[in-house]
Design a protein. Sequence first.
Length: 225
Amino acid sequence: MTHAASGERSPRQSGVAMLVVLVFTLALTGLAIVSAKLALQGEGMARNQLDNQVARQAAEAALRDGERDLMLPTGAKAATATCARGVERPVMSQVVLFDSSCTHGQCAYNDTTRTTANFANASNTRRGEAWWPNAKGGLWNNTNSEKPSTLNRTDGSKCATFTGAVPLGVYTGASPIDGVVQQPEYLIEPIRRANTYFFRITARGFGYRQGSEVVVQSYFRVPEL
């Protein structure tokens, strides 16, 4: 009978060691894949959150722009503005110029239209609120080529005819926001209470991607002069 020499490892022992190394390699590979996936998910969540914050801040800027718009005097035009408010200002004596087409961003629905709106099944043929999405009857007017441009302030050809939301700075001369996919914009609606009016401003802002959109509202009362 022969015996293995001292110090030699049997084939069985070598096979077990290789199997253990393979199992550890597979485990480490799995951990690396999971870690990479979690890192990518975290990066995506951070990017989405940043995009949302940019869109929200853009919408807030449009709200403030709408408030400044309401305070403009007759025929005023800032040096850097695209258009001037004419007979539409001062606004408290010109509420009658608000209409159901949101001409120049100024919207007014009669109570019958508003009270018959179906929030579940609204469409562009059954309107309820001007600030709803366009597919639900909103009047933002997504055809930007029909509106004055905030990037070309010398072109006022659309000032007299456009309907829908007002892009940031069109009437106030506010600087455009860099990097966003679309400039924020706003709609203004008069709300009558007793013998006076206050105004609801609805603004929407966009982030770095078209799918990032935030809508915010504020209520503003024009101070008595």
